[in-house]
Design a protein around this ligand. Structure first.
Ligand SMILES: [Zn+2]
Ligand SMILES: [Zn+2]
Ligand SMILES: [Zn+2]
Ligand SMILES: [Zn+2]
Ligand SMILES: [Zn+2]
Ligand SMILES: [Zn+2]
Ligand SMILES: [Zn+2]
Length: 119
């Protein structure tokens, strides 16, 4: 007679024939999705119930545009929401003063006036 006791995961049952002592760890393969949700990896069920459950990150670069609408995100297995897609590049465009460059984070539209006051 198979044991059929529910295992720790509560989703699978012990497949061993009736035994004494505790059941084995659950070795059923279950899929986990990566951070961005585009890929799956099969892991043994028991690994999800450890102190450090596996986190799977795929190697797909994010194709979303950043908020500046110029640069691509490019983060591997990106878990960011649309609002978090800030561009942290420095604008660097020459300002109208002709001496300085824009030091703001990458932005939409024209740069602000030069704020550097020459003394
Ligand atoms: Zn299981
Ligand atoms: Zn069992
Ligand atoms: Zn992204
Ligand atoms: Zn991913
Ligand atoms: Zn300037
Ligand atoms: Zn940008
Ligand atoms: Zn700028």
């Amino acid at each position: 007679m198979p044991c059929r006791k529910p295992l720790k995961c509560d989703e699978h049952y012990c497949k061993k024939s009736c035994h004494s002592g505790p059941c084995d760890i659950c070795k059923v393969e279950v899929p986990i999705v990566c951070r961005c949700g585009s890929s799956k990896l099969m892991v043994e069920c028991w690994t999800l119930f450890t102190d450090k459950p596996p986190i799977y990150t795929c190697d797909k670069p994010c194709k979303k545009k950043l908020r500046c609408k110029v640069h691509n995100c490019g983060t591997l297995c990106c878990a960011k929401t649309k609002a978090e897609h800030l561009c942290l590049k420095v604008c660097g465009k020459p300002l109208s003063c002709g001496l300085h460059q824009c030091s703001d984070f990458c932005h939409i539209g024209s740069c602000e006036k030069c704020r550097i006051v020459l003394t």
